[in-house]
Design a protein around this ligand. Structure first.
Ligand SMILES: NC(=O)c1ccc[n+]([C@@H]2O[C@H](COP(=O)([O-])OP(=O)(O)OC[C@H]3O[C@@H](n4cnc5c(N)ncnc54)[C@H](O)[C@@H]3O)[C@@H](O)[C@H]2O)c1
Length: 324
């Protein structure tokens, strides 16, 4: 019998990639309220349930036994925490996490795996390492910090359960179209340049990120899920340990598309909480789980370009700023 995995947020970007990669090896149910995700992201053979991870009755509709739960639902990026939607954004993240933990006990899950974020590090000294003190710089990362602490408390009273959090670096790859303006900058630059629209860059374009292909994110999660090691309530960075600036990404996308679209540089509206650089230390996940990133940035960008479906592209953040 195949082991069963429930993926909350399963029709979203990372969730759908995880489900599609594992659909033959595992029995997977993807739960999503379609706030941002779309069932189009999922292979039709995957069981999809439309429902809300904040609601126990919707989680119970997914099944009465799971070996693993991957929790990716929640309010998935900082710009969604607007003043007008602040309570709703917090409620969605916090309530989905705590309800999912209660469901894990009912369905006999052995492990919970959940998305935290590298945004927690803010502008900490690099390379960013799990042992650093963090002061979450925005509401989004506050919710993820809460997940990490909630996981630690929950695991301390349910020692049979492992609850493992991942601080994903900047994730890019297929199935980001539904995220539109919230998608990774690599995808958004590809969509802008494909439409001959100038990408808008905050500042001088020298800001850099540890861009990580979603296939490597799935690989990191899978290693933690499949290991026989008892992990308790561990937190792992998942990244590549390498960096690239926005200017270099624009150059690489232009080369991959045979174009020469120049960006527009604007004054950075985000000011002091803006993350200038991101460079992960991945020694913990490498040493404990044997993780190694496998997709080079140039191959990842090439795949984005080769698999581009212009009909699926929505508004990008550059569209919003170009119009101002
Ligand atoms: N993409 C990144 O670079 C990145 C980096 C760090 C952390 N993360 C985290 O990883 C997780 C997945 O990110 P993603 O990029 O795939 O985002 P995403 O928005 O594509 O996926 C989240 C999915 O959850 C669904 N959802 C939201 N609230 C829900 C609820 N209450 N019940 C059921 N479904 C719900 C959305 O419709 C969406 O499909 C998120 O928690 C995000 O914060 C992402």
């Amino acid at each position: 019998m195949k082991q069963k995995i429930l993926v909350t947020g399963g029709a979203g970007f990372i969730g759908s990639n995880f489900c599609n990669i594992h659909r033959e090896k595992y029995d997977i149910v993807a739960l999503d309220n379609l706030f941002l995700g779309t069932p189009e992201n999922l292979n039709p053979e995957i069981t999809f349930i439309k429902g809300d991870a904040c609601r126990m009755s919707d989680l119970q509709k997914c099944g009465d036994h799971f070996d693993f739960i991957l929790h990716l639902a929640g309010t998935s990026s900082a710009p969604m925490f607007t003043d007008e939607k602040l309570s709703e954004a917090y409620r969605n993240s916090v309530e989905s996490f705590t309800t999912m933990c209660q469901f894990a006990l009912k369905c006999g899950a052995r492990k919970i795996l959940f998305a935290s974020t590298s945004s927690l590090y803010g502008n900490n000294p690099m390379p960013l390492v799990e042992t650093q003190e963090v002061v979450p710089p925005n509401h989004y990362s506050v919710t993820k910090f809460l997940y990490e602490h909630c996981a630690r408390c929950f695991q301390s009273t349910h020692k049979e359960l492992d609850i493992i959090g991942f601080r994903f670096m900047s994730v890019y790859g297929p199935n980001e179209e539904a995220k539109g303006q919230y998608a990774n900058m690599i995808s958004q630059f590809v969509w802008d340049i494909a439409r001959e629209k100038k990408p808008v860059i905050f500042g001088d374009g020298n800001q850099f990120r540890d861009f990580t292909n979603v296939a490597d994110i799935v690989r990191g999660i899978t290693l933690a899920m499949e290991t026989e090691k008892k992990l308790g309530a561990e937190i792992f960075n998942i990244g590549t340990g390498a960096t690239c600036s926005f200017n270099e990404i624009i150059d690489q996308v232009n080369v991959a598309m045979g174009k020469s679209v120049e960006p527009i540089y604007i004054e950075n509206p985000v000011k002091e909480t803006y993350v200038r650089g991101q460079h992960a230390d991945i020694s913990k996940i490498s040493n404990v789980l044997g993780f190694k990133p496998t997709v080079s940035l140039s191959d990842g960008i090439r795949a984005q370009v080769d698999n581009l479906d212009i009909s699926r592209i929505r508004e990008t953040s550059s569209d919003l700023f170009r119009e101002k």
